[in-house]
Design a protein around this ligand. Structure first.
Ligand code: GLA
Length: 401
């Protein structure tokens, strides 16, 4: 009797000890690039090598971007005779390990995609029933990041399926950031803190400001549709576990103003910053947005607090994010189709974050104001903030004492 209790306690303890996600990863929102938004399944080895080179050449690596993630379409259509995943031999003739080496040699990290279902959304072999085997393949190829999708999962329980893959990754032993992509359908923010490091909160993004494009049973969502889709989930985000607003569409056809606002909002909301544009042919203006270190530092702030809306009166969105060292980021986004004359009187607002118990008392304290996109000083909170914000543009400021 005693012996069986002992064995049982050991099994429970070892399960608690070993079956957990890798800790100390993604302590700030992961930054990188993913192939899907621009290339779909039309990816290949040379393209990915060019992207890795672009990270270095255009200062993306220096700005903090790290992960290069191959989305759907990297695999051969069939597993090998032992059930192992294979890279598509035409698209990736040297296989995944060689590509991982190329990326690692440049000081970057390597990510792959698969799916909890029987096949991926694009019809390639899914991991269902092969989780431990696939995790061993990823570890042997030196993969650092796994995006795990949710197509063809009939009757699967999401928490169970993602937990199985988490355990498989842990078992394989190589620390891998685990990116949950079930589109928010099963409210992963409520259960995935100990399962993954980031979870999508919506269906797929599309390169428009505030549209919904229907495809029958599902829709693609514009930037503001995603921002407005979930309320009250900011409390679930923090170091090691992030609400993922999807790969960015910066540089994919919106106006430069809209791109800036989109980027600012992903930073305010502590979303992973995963670029989705063709880095081989990106404009200088887009690179300027994507590599703005002051804006990125708001996203990467070590407190990891997701920002929130202060107000959206008169088509002016005002969002706040508390930062470390008693600093704050504020973004004013002009939703109108005409320029907005801003006259923001600090004394008209009570600014605080009740969830984290932070307060910005502009009556007692004076804060200096820095414009993060234009790198200029805008005086202090003693005076009203007055400027003009262009159509769909953003004024993003940082306040410090
Ligand atoms: C789903 C995901 C996308 C992308 C595609 C690939 O739609 O949400 O981000 O990975 O699958 O097929």
């Amino acid at each position: 009797m005693k012996k069986s209790i002992l064995i049982l306690s050991f099994l429970i303890a070892s399960n608690l000890l070993f079956a957990q996600k890798f800790e100390n990863l993604a302590l700030t929102p992961p930054m990188g690039w993913n192939s899907w938004n621009t290339f779909g399944t039309a990816i290949n080895e040379q393209l990915i090598k060019d992207i890795a080179d672009a990270f270095v050449k255009y200062g993306l690596k220096e700005a903090g971007y790290e992960y290069i993630v191959l989305d759907d379409g990297w695999m051969a259509k069939e597993r090998d005779k032992n059930g192992n995943l294979l890279a598509d031999p035409i698209k990736f003739p040297n296989g995944m390990k060689a590509l991982a080496d190329y990326i690692h040699q440049r000081g970057l990290k390597f990510g792959l995609y698969n799916c909890a279902g029987s096949s991926t959304c694009g019809g390639y072999p899914g991991s269902r029933g092969h989780e431990y085997q696939d995790a061993l393949s990823y570890a042997s190829w030196d993969v650092d990041f796994l995006k795990y999708d949710w197509c063809n999962t009939t009757k699967l329980n999401a928490e169970g399926a993602y937990t199985t893959m988490r355990d498989a990754l842990k078992n394989a032993g190589r620390p891998i950031v685990f990116s949950i992509c079930e589109w928010g359908d099963n409210e992963p923010w409520k259960w995935a803190k100990d399962v993954g490091h980031l979870w999508r909160v919506s269906g797929d993004i599309i390169n428009c400001w505030d549209c919904e494009i229907g495809h029958g049973s599902w829709s693609s969502w514009g930037v503001w549709k995603i921002i407005n889709m979930r309320s009250n989930i900011r409390k679930y985000a923090g170091p090691g576990h992030w609400n993922d607003l999807d790969m960015m569409e910066v540089g994919n056809g919106m106006t430069a103003n809209e791109d800036r606002s989109h980027f600012a909002m992903w930073c305010m909301l502590a979303s992973p910053l995963i670029m989705g544009n063709d880095l081989r042919s990106t404009s200088i203006e887009t690179f300027k947005t994507l590599t703005n270190k002051e804006v990125i530092s708001v996203n990467q702030d070590k407190l990891g607090i997701q920002g929130f809306r202060l107000s959206n009166i008169d088509n002016l969105e005002i969002w706040i994010k508390p930062l470390s060292n008693d600093e704050w980021a504020i973004s004013f986004v002009n939703m109108k189709n005409e320029p907005h004359k801003l006259n923001f009187n600090w004394n008209d607002y009570e600014i605080g974050d009740d969830l984290n118990n932070f307060r910005m008392d502009t009556k007692k304290e004076t804060y200096k104001i820095k414009d993060l996109f234009n790198h200029t000083n805008l005086g202090t909170t003693k005076n009203p903030l007055q400027t003009t914000i262009g159509i769909h543009d953003v004024l993003m400021i940082k306040l410090c004492k």
